[in-house]
Design a protein around this ligand. Structure first.
Ligand code: SF4
Length: 367
């Protein structure tokens, strides 16, 4: 497999890690049917090491896949309609979806996926869309380059970095904006983000202000269902199976699943139902020993520090500057280096630290 080293893994282009290949699944419409949830749980155990991660981009990752198990895994996932026809289509299909949108949002996302697949655009691997068309905006703080949002009772298309957008005609308009981004020189050497292009003064037409975002903290029990959280976003296979039997599972970029239509959830291994639980305030990548690039173990440290993280704040512990565990800014980030942990405030794992080379024993004090 020639594409094994991709920076952003997919299913067709896995990434090598300390515990084998990481295979990222992007469920269409950011939702899983009962059969898909069960099939992914089976596939994780049969073809991987049984670990299933929820990612910060609303996807799922299976770990511990091998060169021999990859082809049968893809065949099983393809039978569940979880695989794109080719790597280019898979790479382009980065769409965050509000879990609270309902049927109209599902139809819009389907049209956007179809238009993107037909477009043949070569977008940067991290370039993405957000469909935030539920009753209130909930994805404003989650990374995306092109947003479809609610403004009053209508929908607008907004480029990241702009305060306003323009009325949305069809989902194809979002693909046309991605083409505009490329034509205006937004991508160089396969990299580039919309906000950087906008910051250079290249702006699309925009005169409609989106609705205000909803408060970012949700209770677990909502009119649309129950939000299920997991420590470090890791879902035990049997819990995924059981949740899939209780309703359609909506994936979120908050490493939580909305079990649609559920009124309450029984206790299950790994399930966190109190959205105020300190474990939901910490993020950590696989770290050592699972990842070969890690300079330290991450999860035991994050677990120890969780109780010190203020409510509404996020602590990210990263095994290296790549920051896979939370690919965005956090209130506090600890990045492992060969010399100890660097502390970054209000930044990403690769940003300039305010303190360097800290020993784990110093961390409770400096946080
Ligand atoms: S951020 Fe963590 S998982 Fe990603 S490469 Fe670095 S150590 Fe590995």
């Amino acid at each position: 497999m020639s594409g094994v080293k991709g920076w952003c893994p997919g299913a067709l282009r896995p990434m090598d890690s300390g515990d084998g290949w990481v295979v990222r699944i992007k469920p269409r419409g950011a939702k899983l049917s009962r059969d898909q949830a069960e099939g992914i749980a089976d596939a994780a155990q049969l073809h991987g090491n049984g670990l299933i991660d929820l990612t910060g981009r609303g996807n799922l990752q299976l770990r511990g896949v091998t060169p021999d198990s990859h082809a049968p895994l893809i065949a099983d996932l393809r039978a569940l309609d979880l695989i794109d026809p080719d790597i280019a289509t898979e790479t382009r299909r980065n769409i965050l979806v509000t879990p609270f949108g309902g049927d109209a949002t599902d139809a819009l996302v389907r049209d956007l996926e179809t238009a993107l697949a037909a477009s043949a655009l070569t977008l940067p691997a991290k370039f993405g869309f957000a469909v935030d068309t539920g009753p209130a905006l909930v994805l404003t703080h989650d990374p995306a380059d092109i947003r479809i949002e609610r403004a009053g009772h209508g929908l607008i298309l907004r480029a990241e970095g702009m305060a306003q957008g323009a009325a949305l005609g069809t989902p194809r308009d979002a693909v046309n904006m991605a083409r505009w981004f490329l034509e205006r020189g937004g991508a160089r050497n396969g990299r580039g983000r919309m906000a950087a292009l906008i910051a250079r003064g290249v702006t699309p037409r925009a005169d409609i202000t989106p609705n205000r975002p909803a408060p970012h903290a949700f209770p677990a029990s909502l009119p649309q269902g129950v939000l299920a959280g997991f420590e470090f976003g890791q879902v035990p296979p049997d819990t995924l199976r059981r949740l899939g039997r209780l309703g359609t599972l909506r994936l979120t970029p908050w490493r939580m699943l909305l079990v649609q239509g559920a009124r309450h959830l029984p206790p299950m291994p790994g399930l966190i139902l109190d959205t105020g639980d300190p474990r939901l305030r910490v993020r950590a990548c696989t770290g050592a020993p699972g990842c070969a690039q890690a300079h330290a173990a991450t999860r035991p440290l994050a677990r120890n520090l969780a109780a010190l993280v203020p409510q509404d704040a996020v602590l990210h512990v990263s095994g290296c500057a790549k920051g896979c565990g939370w690919p965005r800014a956090a209130d506090m980030t600890l990045t492992a280096t060969p010399q100890g942990f660097d502390l970054i405030r209000h930044g990403c794992a690769h940003d300039a630290p305010t303190l360097r080379g800290l020993h784990p024993d110093q961390l409770p004090k400096v946080l």
